[in-house]
Design a protein around this ligand. Structure first.
Ligand SMILES: Cc1cc2nc3c(=O)[nH]c(=O)nc-3n(C[C@H](O)[C@H](O)[C@H](O)COP(=O)(O)OP(=O)(O)OC[C@H]3O[C@@H](n4cnc5c(N)ncnc54)[C@H](O)[C@@H]3O)c2cc1C
Length: 566
């Protein structure tokens, strides 16, 4: 090796190219070599479902720059001065000699290369269920460009009529939409009681109904026990409850595990979540080796625990940090994640950041307050669309712990605001007077996010007694004595109603109809409307008239996750 500093990057998809490019920008004299097992470089994996679903047809759009130049080895060399070796697998890291061995998968030619600094960006591997039949033809994942090519071919050929997606996570649901758009009869099978585990159950159930309204079937609390086949070809799946579903295609999307084999073989420390252990500089247990992206594990910034967060944005941010540190010595840090994520669910979006209520409780954080609200993202006259969101905060300090949002409206902005507030350690009281930009084409005078904080503050201060849809359903199932008031107008009631024994008493009529309410001032009364704003007004009025146990159904009809009468 010459005196020139050599930085080798293993992996050329998301984290790898970002690390390579940053390293060269920081030290233009360095020699940067990026080694990639796949044929393609810088693949936009997050775009695979949209290519499969036909949102765009040119495969090159997954691997090209915004100006349409394909990011191949020639591009990396000419535009960036980076040597990229594709179809080449690194087979060994020799820490002592600071040397890697690799093999060209097309020619079989092997090579060793010495490094000054090494950056590992080997990504993650899709999990496969340990059940019979996984080798049948017709079973795939959607993890690689080859998988995307295969599923796009399925779309283009139009031969497959029935498919299952195993796993109702982010990739599973995006794949479900892609296959449904390809005209395939699709069923999502999820072992857990809900899809999209980053959401709390009540929001996930609303999305489940939304998926089903788009002619896709969802089965929860049921796993796949076996793949069924004839002559080596998939013909169906057998579920754990014995049901058999005929299908010609199965896409497995039950999560990923960090791809750490190279690192583990080289005796680099592997963490408790199975990812390569790194410090805030993205440095492994060997000071000359960094690791980034899906193959690593990070700090959870709220819980302080280690976590595996396989997200494209984090892979890029970490790549940038490791690239700079490998080039200049440790100077910049990546401190951790709060698990922010978003996905498209047909015409709804679903996003989350920080802790959901259920995750907080699972982690033993129980002194929390939370609220669900529903409302438009901008004024109705500008085409406002519904958002249903849930905010979770620490009860004592008021610190924002988590936020989830689903709906037809601009979910992304809501979750982005929340992510920044959580990382800035803001409390609910910090949020109530946030100066956010407002004009009718974009937002409301009181933005949905701030409205959320207002309602949560009311709850924290005891000014609003909320009842969740889950709590109300339990009371109904137990036949508890409750008086439920729908506070909307008769036309609205005719158009859509819960049908849970509610009495229609519109907000404008309540003062003259108090005699219809229980005489007992301790009786439990629950008020709601479409989004529970009128429900809240009625609750306040009833309290002022002496009723002591009045609650508001959080989020109203829009956030009701159970079947409605109408
Ligand atoms: C369908 C899909 C949709 C997604 N959607 C989103 C989304 O909307 N938002 C989001 O934030 N994230 C999303 N993700 C996740 C995101 O794509 C990943 O977090 C990101 O790609 C991780 O980047 P990475 O560089 O760490 O790993 P990868 O992208 O997996 O790249 C690792 C690369 O390393 C190479 N490699 C492995 N071993 C070797 C070796 N021994 N030698 C040489 N090369 C090797 C592989 O060939 C691979 O190309 C999605 C992922 C998928 C699959």
């Amino acid at each position: 090796m010459t005196d020139q500093k050599r930085i080798i990057v293993i992996g050329g998809s998301a984290a790898g190219p970002k690390a390579a490019a940053r390293a060269l920008r920081m030290d233009p004299e360095a020699e940067i070599i990026m080694i990639q097992k796949d044929h393609d470089l810088s693949m936009a994996s997050c775009g695979y479902p949209y290519y499969v679903g036909g949102f765009f047809d040119d495969r090159n759009q997954l691997i090209c720059t915004p100006t349409g130049v394909v990011r191949d080895p020639q591009f990396f060399f000419n535009a960036k001065g980076i040597t990229a070796k594709v179809d080449t697998e690194v087979t060994e890291i020799n820490k002592k000699k600071k040397r890697i061995s690799c093999i060209n998968l097309l020619t079989g030619v092997t090579e060793t290369l010495d490094y000054n600094k090494l950056i590992i960006a080997t990504g993650a591997r899709p999990k496969m269920p340990p059940i019979p039949g996984t080798d049948l033809k017709g079973i795939t994942t959607l993890q690689s460009m080859q998988d995307a090519d295969f599923l796009r071919k399925v779309r283009d050929e139009g031969l497959i009529k029935r498919a299952v997606v195993i796993g109702g996570g982010l990739i599973g649901i995006e794949t479900c939409e892609a296959l449904q758009l390809a005209g395939i009869d699709i069923t999502v099978i999820e072992l857990l009681p809900q899809i999209l585990m980053f959401l709390d159950w009540e929001l996930a159930k609303i999305l489940e109904s939304h998926v089903m309204s788009h002619a896709a079937n969802v089965i929860t609390e049921n796993g796949v026990a076996a793949f069924l086949g004839e002559n080596g070809v998939l013909t169906g799946v057998k579920l754990t409850n014995g049901t058999e579903l005929p299908c010609e295609l199965a896409v497995v999307a039950i999560g990923v595990t960090p791809n750490v084999k190279l690192a583990a073989d080289a005796d680099l420390a592997i963490g408790e979540r199975g990812g390569i252990s790194v410090n805030e500089y993205m440095q492994t247990s060997d000071p000359d080796i960094y690791a980034v992206g899906d193959c690593t594990e990070q700090n959870h910034l709220i819980t302080g625990d280690r976590t595996h967060a396989p997200f494209g944005d984090l892979a890029n941010l970490q790549g940038r940090v490791a690239g700079e540190n490998a080039a200049l010595g440790n100077s910049v840090t990546f401190n951790g994640t709060i698990h922010s994520g978003i996905c498209k669910v047909f015409d709804y979006s679903a996003g989350s950041t920080g802790l959901s209520e259920s995750n907080a409780r699972k982690l033993g954080i129980s002194d929390i307050e939370h609220v669900v609200i529903a409302g438009p993202d901008k004024p109705g006259f500008m085409g406002g669309q519904i958002l249903i969101s849930k905010m979770v905060a620490d009860k004592k300090s008021g610190r924002l712990l988590g936020f989830q949002c689903i709906g037809l409206g601009d979910v992304s902005r809501q979750v982005t605001q929340a992510a920044m507030a959580i990382q800035g350690n803001m409390t609910v009281s910090d949020l109530i007077n946030l100066d956010l930009p407002y004009a009718p084409p974009f937002s409301l005078a009181i933005d949905n996010f701030i409205a959320n904080a207002h309602v949560l503050e009311n709850k924290l201060k005891g000014r609003l007694k909320g009842i969740t849809s889950i709590e109300l359903k339990k009371k109904l199932d137990n036949n508890e004595e409750i008086f439920i008031i729908d506070t909307r107008g008769p036309d609205e009631f005719e158009e859509m109603r819960l049908g849970i024994g509610e009495r229609l008493i519109p907000l404008g009529a309540i003062r003259n109809r108090l005699d219809e309410l229980p005489a007992d001032r301790n009786a439990e009364i629950i008020c709601f409307c479409k989004i529970s704003l009128r429900g809240y007004e009625v609750a306040l009025l009833l309290e002022s008239k002496g009723w002591k146990n009045v609650k508001v159904l959080e989020g109203g009809i829009m956030a009701w996750p159970y079947p409605r009468e109408k």
